[in-house]
Design a protein around this ligand. Sequence first.
Ligand code: MRU
Length: 344
Amino acid sequence: MNFPPETLFLDDAHSALVILDQSLLPGEVKYIPLTTLEQVYDAIKELKVRGAPAIGVAAAMGIYIHMKRYVQSNRPEVGGFLTELERAGVYLSLSRPTAVNLRWALREMSEAVRNQKAKNASELVHILHSCCEQIKDKDIETNKRIGEHGAALIKPDMGILTHCNAGALATTGYGTALAPIYYAHERGVRLRVYADETRPVLQGARLTAFELQRAGVDVTLICDNMAATVMANGWVDAVFVGCDRVAANGDTANKIGTHGVAILAKRFNIPFYVCAPFSTIDRDTSTGADIVIEERDPAEITDLWYTKPMAPLGVKVFNPSFDVTPGELITAFITEKGMINAPF
Ligand code: MRU
């Protein structure tokens, strides 16, 4: 199977976090080095690296690179190191508000050094290095397990619909919602995938279709407003999506449009599965109403992808990046520890 190119990695010799610039896919496969905290912030904000688990790993590695460079140029005491670490973490956590993995990964990094009795700041930099590599390794391991558990639901000749990109590119390997599909495909199970194009940023068309086609999976691209048609035709046996945050009651934030897909799945009696690493389950958020939804630049709707504006100048635009699917529409969560069935 031909997996997509690596999402991101550390180039420690050059003190850089290297990311695959996803804003250029599928046309161009280009890696860019990020050496400052501001570059990491911008890359996350501008969706050059995106997908909840991938931005968590990118933030952790970005913090490591920043603190390594900070120690080299400022030679701080342990106290000064911890103050800068706190400042940098708060700054990066503001790059995208909805995905909870970002804050989770930053907390892991902070806790890794705060519980140490280090003699100097250089020792703390080493600890940050191993912590961010562990977060990446854990992400890959988690996704493999989600793949294994989810693949048990996939029967030969099934049609699966997915929304946005919760694949290898949204993580550091395999993906969450696409992991069961890869797992089944590797074992020779024949299946069909319908990928919603996912307006307005087209993660489904540009990324999901790209990586599934590359892996040799039978994928058909549809516009978001065609999901009801493929379901009514009887072509969809299950929906698999990823998530950015799961509230304590099971309400789930994911890419805008996911809620609509869940309503359709209910209407057509199709199981709706959310693939959720435990790092996206946020017990501190009681219900979906408490999840902060990121709103993005209106130009993503009016101008992006077009050679000329496709809406009257100055028209009011509402561009929420995510929506919340109520837990009651979710058949089950597929996690690295197994399935979680209702009631949540
Ligand atoms: O805005 P994006 O592209 O970061 O949105 C991504 C999604 O909504 C994914 O479904 C989610 O992050 C899960 S990725 C495994």
